[in-house]
Ligand binder design. Structure first.
Ligand code: SF4
Length: 305
C-alpha cells in the first residue's frame, strides 16, 4: 500500500540509487516495502548482484556485515544500529582463536550468524540450509570446530555422524519455543504439518515433521499439498508464507518466538536511514578479505542456485 511515507522512501531510493532488502523475520510492513525478501545469505547475494550504490539492509548487524563483505564499494546501511544478534555475540574472534589454539589441526566451520571477525577466523561459513553438506565435504577424520550455535551443530552431528567440537551458543528466540508449545499447537490445529528450524532445541526437533531452514520452509509449503502448517521459528516468516500460499493456513508454534532485534527496524527508520545515510556498516579490509574466503569456500562447495 502506498502511503506518504512509502512515497518518500521510493523518491529517496531513486535519488540515492538504493535497494531495500528485508529478512523474512522482519515486520510485515517492512517486508512489503522491500525490493527483495529472503534469508540472510540470499539477501547478501542480492546485495552483491545489485547495480544499486546503496543497500538498506533490514535485518540484524551480522547480515548487513555479510552484505558489506560481499559488496565492497557499495554503501550498506542498517536502519537501527542496535539491531544486533545475541547468538552471533556469543562468540568473539578472541574466544575462537583460543579454541583453535587447543585444536590446531581442526577445520573451523562457522554459521553465517556470526560476526565478520569470527568469519575471518574460520575456514568455512555455512547456513542452516547447507551446514550438513559443508560438513560432509570435509575430509573424513579431520577434527571440526563448529560455532556458534550448539543446536544447529547437534543437528549436523546427527545428520553427518561427525563428532564436532560445538560452541555452546544458541539463538534465544528459537530456544524460547518449547516442546509443550508444539504439542499445544498440534492439538489446536490437528493435521497441520510442523516445520521446525534447526536452531530449535532437540526436544522440539524430535517431535516436528520437518526440520527446515527458513528458505526451505518457504519452498516446502509452496510444493506441499497440505493445507495447514505450524512453524517453529521466528513468527515473521508467517507473513512471507501467507503471501506466497493463498488458501493455506500457517500458525506459529509460539507467539513468544519474536526476535526483538529483528523487530527494531520500522518503516520510519528505513526512511530516516535513506534521508541521513545512516547507519553505515563497514568491515576493515584485512578482516573482510579473510571473512570472504570462508564465504567463498562455502559457495565453491555449493554454488548459488
Ligand atoms: S532470530 Fe536468533 S539468530 Fe536470528 S537475529 Fe534473532 S537472535 Fe539472532
Amino acid at each position: 500500500m502506498r502511503t506518504p511515507i512509502t512515497e518518500k522512501i521510493n523518491r529517496l531510493k531513486i535519488k540515492r540509487n538504493a535497494v531495500i532488502l528485508a529478512h523474512n523475520y522482519q515486520e510485515a510492513e517492512v517486508q512489503d516495502l522491500a525490493d527483495f525478501t529472503g534469508d540472510s545469505l540470499e539477501l547478501s547475494r542480492k546485495a552483491a548482484q545489485t547495480q544499486a550504490d546503496v543497500i538498506v539492509f533490514c535485518g540484524v548487524k551480522f547480515m548487513a556485515e555479510t552484505a558489506a563483505i560481499l559488496s565492497p564499494g557499495k554503501t550498506v546501511l542498517i536502519p537501527d544500529r542496535h539491531a544486533g544478534c545475541p547468538l552471533s555475540d556469543m562468540i568473539t574472534a578472541k574466544q575462537l582463536i583460543e579454541l583453535k589454539s587447543k585444536h590446531p589441526e581442526a577445520v573451523v566451520v562457522c554459521y553465517v550468524n556470526s560476526s565478520a571477525a569470527v568469519k575471518a577466523e574460520s575456514d568455512y561459513c555455512c547456513t542452516s540450509a547447507n551446514a550438513v553438506e559443508i560438513v560432509n565435504s570435509i575430509e573424513p577424520g579431520k577434527e571440526i570446530i563448529f560455532v556458534p550455535d550448539q543446536h544447529l551443530g547437534r543437528f549436523v552431528v546427527e545428520k553427518t555422524g561427525r563428532d564436532m567440537i560445538l560452541w555452546p551458543g544458541y539463538c534465544v528466540t528459537h530456544a524460547a519455543i518449547t516442546e509443550d508449545d508444539v504439542k499445544q499447537a498440534r492439538a489446536a490445529h490437528p493435521g497441520a504439518i510442523v516445520m521446525a528450524h534447526p536452531d530449535c532445541t532437540d526436544p522440539v526437533k524430535a517431535i516436528c515433521d520437518q526440520i527446515l531452514s527458513t528458505g526451505q520452509m518457504l519452498k516446502f509449503a509452496l510444493n506441499s499439498d497440505a493445507k495447514s502448517f505450524i512453524t517453529a521459528t521466528e513468527t515473521g516468516i508467517i507473513h512471507s508464507l501467507k503471501k506466497q500460499n493463498l488458501g493455506k493456513e500457517f500458525f506459529a508454534a509460539s507467539e513468544r518466538a519474536v526476535c526483538p532485534n529483528m523487530k527494531r527496524i520500522t518503516v520510519e527508520k528505513v526512511l530516516w536511514s535513506l534521508e541521513d545515510m545512516n547507519y553505515k556498516i563497514t568491515v576493515p579490509e584485512q578482516i573482510r578479505i579473510r571473512a570472504k574466503n570462508a564465504l567463498d569456500r562455502m559457495v565453491a562447495i555449493l554454488p548459488a542456485k
